[in-house]
Design a protein around this ligand. Structure first.
Ligand code: GMT
Length: 376
């Protein structure tokens, strides 16, 4: 199939999922066209089956806001015609499904019928999308998609709860490519560069937005390091970073915390990690948790949104209520204080992650694409 993928090309989870999906579909022989405003961060390798088309938005001083959706829908029309693209897969209702709908309409007028698959990732529903400013446009975009998917059962329920939806929503969870050789969860992974032999390594990766509650990460770590030698790896960048750095200084733990900024070496960092913290206010899925688990790193997360569908309480890690720093610290200690327990959780985390292996999930998208094409 010839498929256009529209996504946010940034470090965010939806962009990562869309990019990995496109790469895997290309490996399976499909022709993939990424249509975004910059090259997706994980799209390192262009090949015969992968094409990237940049959406340019010309700056014009008359416009207070430059009309990206217009530029995107025009680009979609042009690329569909030029490359004979058969299907649009847009990630995020706003603005991508909205722009995709306009492209579909324009193409229809020219006698070209093309289905649109929309994948909901969370922020477009639980955070930004349900704001009254966007709500009607989000409902409209979902209801006018040919196929709608969501990355968790919880996100599907939330979508039906908050919007007036007359479409079936199919849950296709996010996925991960697990290294086939990854059976050795005790490997050294150059951890000696980061910590002493006795120190346990705790990691957090996110875009440091308010919803990630990274202050709770610091507070949990503060409690843990009172009882056991430990280091904290903070990976990512975003609006809450400065406050977290200040708090580390105030608590006198600055020498035990490393702020990496955005990194392309997530695998290496996870390889030497013993525990992953994800205390988010909400997560439709929690791809970062799955990435950790796939590296054999147990997860302490909150019990909100789709997180319980990924992180299994008492198996791959533990779940706590949002903001319950003491509970998270206690659970972290229960895993980290005993090497045998830690090993058990590491191996469980990897096992649970295998349920989300790429070769189980991507065929579900292929089936839906075929269904969408048949519907035309
Ligand atoms: O919250 C983020 O880190 C970014 C955001 C995005 O839109 O890229 O992530 C959302 O989509 C991811 C991929 O499906 C999910 O794993 C995240 O849980 C979800 N974030 C939220 O729901 C807050």
């Amino acid at each position: 199939m010839k498929i256009a993928i529209v996504c946010y090309p940034t470090f965010g989870g939806s962009g990562v999922v869309a990019t990995e999906l496109g790469l895997e579909l290309a490996r399976r022989g499909h022709e993939i066209h990424f249509i975004t405003y910059s090259q997706p961060v994980r799209l390192a390798l262009l090949n015969a089956n992968i094409h990237y088309h940049e959406v340019h938005v010309p700056e014009y001083p008359l416009f207070h806001y430059q009309p990206y959706e217009l530029a995107l829908s025009s680009k979609l029309v042009d690329m569909v015609k030029l490359h004979g693209i058969e299907l649009l897969h847009v990630h995020y209702a706003i603005p991508h499904a909205y722009a995709g709908y306009m492209a579909k309409k324009m193409l229809k007028e020219q006698g070209i019928h093309i289905p649109m698959v929309t994948t909901l990732h969370g922020t477009d529903i639980t955070l930004v999308g349900k704001h009254p400013t966007y709500k009607p446009a989000v409902s409209f975009s979902i209801n006018h998609s040919d196929v709608v998917t969501s990355v968790s059962e919880n996100l599907k329920e939330d979508t039906y709860k908050h919007f007036d939806i007359n479409r079936e929503i199919t849950v296709i969870p996010n996925f991960i490519e697990i290294d086939k050789n990854k059976t050795d969860i005790t490997s050294e992974c150059h951890r000696s560069m980061m910590a002493t032999e006795t120190q346990k390594i705790i990691t957090h990766i996110s875009n440091f937005r308010g919803v990630k509650r990274i202050i709770d990460v610091v507070k949990v770590f503060y409690e843990v390091q009172k009882s056991i030698p430990a280091k904290l790896m903070m990976v990512g960048d975003g609006p809450e970073k400065a406050e977290a750095e200040d708090l580390c200084d105030k608590l006198g733990i600055g020498d035990k915390v490393i702020f990496f900024g955005n990194s392309h070496e997530i695998d290496k960092i996870l390889c030497f990690s013993d525990l992953f913290l994800l205390p988010s206010e909400t997560e439709s899925f929690g791809l970062a948790a799955l990435e950790a688990m796939a590296s054999g790193v147990p997860v302490i997360s909150t019990n909100t949104g789709g997180l319980p569908e990924v992180n299994r309480d008492g198996v791959s890690g533990y779940l706590s209520n949002v903001g319950d720093v003491q509970d998270m610290a206690q659970k972290a200690l229960s895993i980290l204080s005993d090497d045998e327990v830690l090993l058990k959780f590491k191996s469980n985390a990897l096992k649970v992650a295998q349920e989300f292996n790429i070769d189980k999930i991507v065929p579900l998208y292929e089936q839906l694409y075929r269904k969408a094409l048949k519907k035309l």
